[in-house]
Design a protein around this ligand. Structure first.
Ligand code: NAD
Ligand code: UDP
Length: 350
């Protein structure tokens, strides 16, 4: 397999750090930038430790079109995987302009820099939140779209912009619609390190398990599901990472068949798990009960959402192989060894 030079935007973040490891493992060169608005330089050190090689890196903001163009030219980049973005649904309803500026404005700046530098292959981190909430699962890529919050709207807008640019220029792109990423690299060296109170289920559960939080709030158990809690498609972040490697290899003509203009592809497992099932799997992994209580529903939560992963298998030859139990064991290893994430322990400053 010929090797590609792949640039990661948001390179220090949760998903990008795992993708960097997976790309290095396949023999590709990886370069990246990040503004550290939601990440730590420590994650880059840990990736270097796992991969036994340093990723050429610059602290850059998506808004810096000229800086990104120079970066892409300097490293002779073949393809970009675009992770950088703000991702908290609740925050996006409080700061919609900031979300549009960073996610949509930032993506326009990146596309301009790519065009100027002659980089014509792009994989974009989209999300299952682009689907209309009334669409029934399993969700296929041709289900109707209709995000219900500014975060989801930014993802759909960027997909549409990429679609226009790909249709009317030589850009070739894959929009990857992720379901719910969980878990961590099995080394326990990198993982999800949310700033402040976690919005997502798995990091919240694990912070309770490690003693950083008192109890999990289950947001409603009166949904129309077998145990009353909502169902989602939780995908191990290493499966997700391997999905990105498959996508970028399929996209670039030196390593795969290429795509016509643009493709949207789900990255999910096709298996749904309820909140109570996730909690039970986590309790198995941590080997002790995790305190929890049922509270009111959270506004905007749908009942059931899981992927039809068939298109990923057909186009990329990829499917998820890891289980919920694997994800919980790996997430716990990361959380137990790094109770404060990448930050020093406040008690010892180490
Ligand atoms: P993350 O916050 O860990 O990573 C995003 C990275 O982008 C961070 O390191 C942040 O500092 C950086 N960044 C943000 N704005 C930037 C800017 N203007 N310039 C440069 N760097 C910037 O998040 P993640 O979970 O790794 O998510 C990666 C991508 O995947 C995001 O686009 C997110 O919307 C998308 N996604 C995530 C999930 C999820 O549940 N984690 C689900 C679907 C889609
Ligand atoms: N959830 C919960 N308590 C939490 C966080 C999440 O009960 O502290 C539930 C939430 O209601 C949803 C599921 O867990 O049914 C997954 O939520 P998450 O925010 O992780 O992902 P989403 O699918 O909403 O993007």
């Amino acid at each position: 397999m010929p090797s590609l030079t792949v640039a990661l935007t948001g390179a220090a973040g949760y998903i990008a750090s795992h993708v960097a490891v997976a790309l290095f493992e396949r023999g590709h060169s990886v370069v990246g930038f990040d503004n550290f608005s939601n990440s730590s330089p420590k994650s880059l050190e840990r990736v270097a430790q796992i991969a036994d090689t340093h990723m050429p890196f610059e602290q850059l903001d998506l808004a810096d079109t000229d800086g990104i163009e120079a970066f892409l030219r300097a490293h002779q980049v073949d393809a970009v995987i675009h992770f950088a973005g703000l991702k908290a649904v609740g925050e996006s309803t409080e700061q919609p302009l900031r979300y549009h500026e960073n996610n949509v404005g930032g993506s326009l700046s990146l596309l301009r820099a790519m065009e100027n530098a002659g980089v014509r292959h792009l994989v974009f981190s989209s999300s299952a939140t682009v689907y209309h909430p009334d669409e029934a699962s399993p969700l296929r890529e041709d289900a109707s779209l209709g995000p219900i919050n500014p975060y989801g709207a930014t993802k759909l807008m960027v997909e549409q912009i990429i679609g226009d640019v790909a249709t009317y220029s030589d850009l070739r792109a894959i929009n990857l619609r992720y379901f719910n990423p969980v878990g961590a690299h099995p080394s326990g060296l990198i993982g999800e390190d949310p700033v402040g109170t976690p919005n997502n289920l798995m990091p919240f559960i694990m912070q309770v398990a490690v003693g950083r939080r008192e109890q999990l709030n289950i947001f409603g158990d009166d949904y129309d599901t077998p145990d009353g809690t909502p169902i989602r498609d939780y995908i191990h972040v290493m499966d997700l990472a391997e999905g990105h490697v498959a996508a970028v290899e399929a996209l670039h003509p030196t390593t795969g068949p290429g795509v016509d203009n643009v493709e949207a592809i789900n990255l999910g497992t096709g298996v749904g798990s309820s909140v109570k099932e996730v909690l039970a799997a986590a309790e198995q992994a941590v080997d002790h009960p995790i305190p929890h209580q049922v509270v009111e529903r959270r506004a905007g939560d749908g009942t059931v959402s899981y992927a039809d992963p068939g298109r990923a298998e057909a186009l990329l030859g990829w499917r998820a192989t890891r289980t919920m139990a694997d994800a919980c064991v790996d997430h716990w290893r990361w959380q137990e060894r790094n109770p404060h994430g990448f930050a020093p322990d406040p008690a010892t400053d180490e």
